[in-house]
Ligand binder design. Structure first.
Ligand code: GDP
Ligand code: CA
Length: 335
C-alpha cells in the first residue's frame, strides 16, 4: 500500500511516528518493518540561510523525530545537544542569538549546505542526509526551489506603518505575538513540485494531511503549483487530521496564522477552509477530536465525511491509534 502524507514540522513528525508504529504493529515482518510504503511531502516554506548555512526546520524536525534523535523534553532539536558553536557565533555578532543552532544540529546544516554548493538539489541532498537515519519513510521536500515565508506586521515607527520579517523571526523570536497582517511567500508561485511529489499523490493508495499548521505548513505545500490539482484529481482517498482541538492550537501558535487569513481557530473552520473534494476542495474525510463531535453535522453538510476520535498525540501509542483511525477512514472511503 502506498501512503503519501503531507506534513509540516512538529505536528507532522508526531503523526508520522505514530503512522510508522501502527504499520509496524499490523505488519511486523514486512519489508523495512511494514508492507506499506510511506512518502512524506514536507513543507520547506520556513527554510532560511543563517550564518551561511541552509536550515530546513520542518525536514529536520521529522528526520530527528523518526530517527529517534530529537529532544523530547524541549520538543525540537537534537537529544544531548550542546551549543558551543552558537556561543561563538553570538560573540562574533552574527546569526540570531534567539535561534540557537546546536552543535549536532549544525552538522546537518553544514552537510546540507555543502551538498547544495556541490550542485545537488534539495531533494538529492535530503535523500543523502536521511539515508543515515533509517527512517522507514521517504522524505521529499515540496520543492527544490527556495520558498521564503515572510510576515508583515503593523509598525507605527515605519513610514508605511508596516514591517516585514522572516517567518522564523516572527515565530521564534516574537513567539507570534505581533499580529500578522499577512504572509508573503517569496518564490512560492513559481516553485516547481520536487521530483516524485506529484507522482506520490497521483499514484498513492491513501493520502493523509497531517495535523500540521494549516496556513504555513499545509497551506504552503498545497500552493506549490500542481500540488492542489494533484490532490483534487488523485484516485486515492484524501483524509485530513485537525491540528485544532476544542478551539485551540495544541502546543503551538497556529491561531496567530489562522487569524491572519481570517479563519477561526476551530476544527470545523479549518476543515471547511480545506473544503470537500466533491466541492472543489482538498479533502474526502476530516478527523476531529471527540470533544469537537458537535461540529460534525456542519462539516458533513459541506460534503466531508467526519470521524470524531482522540486527536491528542501524547505518546507513540496515541499517535499510532490516530494514524490507524485515519487509515480506517480512508479504507471506508475506498470500499
Ligand atoms: P511546525 O512546522 O513545527 O510548526 O509543525 P506543524 O506545521 O507540523 O504543526 C504544528 C501544529 O501541530 C500545531 O500548531 C498544532 O496545531 C498541531 N499539533 C501539535 N500537537 C498535536 C497533537 O497532539 N494533536 C493534534 N491533532 N495536533 C497537534
Ligand atoms: Ca514549520
Amino acid at each position: 500500500m502506498k501512503i503519501t502524507v503531507v506534513a509540516g514540522g512538529v505536528g507532522g513528525a508526531k503523526f508520522l511516528r505514530g503512522l510508522r508504529e501502527h504499520l509496524r504493529q499490523v505488519a511486523p515482518d514486512g519489508a523495512g518493518g511494514s508492507t506499506a510504503e510511506v512518502t512524506v511531502i514536507v513543507n520547506t516554506g520556513d527554510d532560511l540561510w543563517l550564518t551561511g548555512l541552509r536550515v530546513c526546520p520542518d525536514l529536520d524536525s521529522i528526520m530527528y523525530t523518526l530517527g529517534g534523535a530529537n529532544d523530547e523534553v524541549r520538543g525540537w532539536g537534537r537529544l544531548g545537544e550542546s551549543e558551543r558553536v552558537s556561543a561563538e557565533l553570538t560573540a562574533y555578532g552574527v546569526g540570531w542569538p534567539w535561534f540557537t543552532l546546536g552543535d549536532l544540529d549544525l552538522g546537518t546544516h553544514i552537510t546540507r549546505s555543502h551538498l547544495l554548493r556541490e550542485g545537488l538539489t534539495l531533494s538529492e541532498a535530503t535523500a543523502q542526509i536521511t539515508a543515515r537515519w533509517n527512517l522507514g519513510v521517504t522524505l521529499l521536500p515540496m520543492s527544490d526551489q527556495p520558498v521564503e515565508t515572510h510576515v508583515v506586521v503593523a509598525d507605527d515607527t515605519e513610514p508605511d506603518g508596516t514591517r516585514t520579517m522572516h517567518f522564523e523571526e516572527w515565530w521564534v523570536h516574537y513567539r507570534a505575538s505581533l499580529p500578522a497582517l499577512r504572509f508573503e511567500q517569496h518564490g512560492l508561485e513559481t516553485a516547481v513540485a520536487a521530483p516524485g511529489v506529484l507522482d506520490a499523490i497521483i499514484g498513492a493508495d491513501v493520502v493523509l494531511l497531517a495535523p500540521s499548521n494549516p496556513v504555513v505548513s499545509i497551506g504552503t505545500i498545497v500552493t506549490v503549483p500542481g500540488i492542489r490539482a494533484a490532490l483534487q484529481s488523485t484516485a486515492a482517498p484524501v483524509v485530513g487530521v485537525s491540528p485544532i482541538i476544542s478551539g485551540a492550537a495544541i502546543r503551538g501558535m497556529a491561531h496567530a496564522c489562522l487569524s491572519a487569513i481570517g479563519v477561526p481557530t476551530a476544527a470545523d473552520a479549518v476543515g471547511l477552509h480545506y473544503g470537500a473534494r466533491s466541492a472543489g476542495g482538498l479533502l474526502d474525510a476530516w478527523l476531529i477530536d471527540e470533544s469537537d463531535a458537535a461540529l460534525a453535522p456542519a462539516l458533513e453538510t459541506a460534503g466531508l465525511r467526519v470521524a470524531s476520535v482522540p486527536l491528542w498525540m501524547t505518546s507513540v501509542d496515541t499517535s499510532a491509534a490516530l494514524a490507524a483511525a485515519a487509515l480506517a477512514e480512508a479504507a471506508g472511503l475506498t470500499v
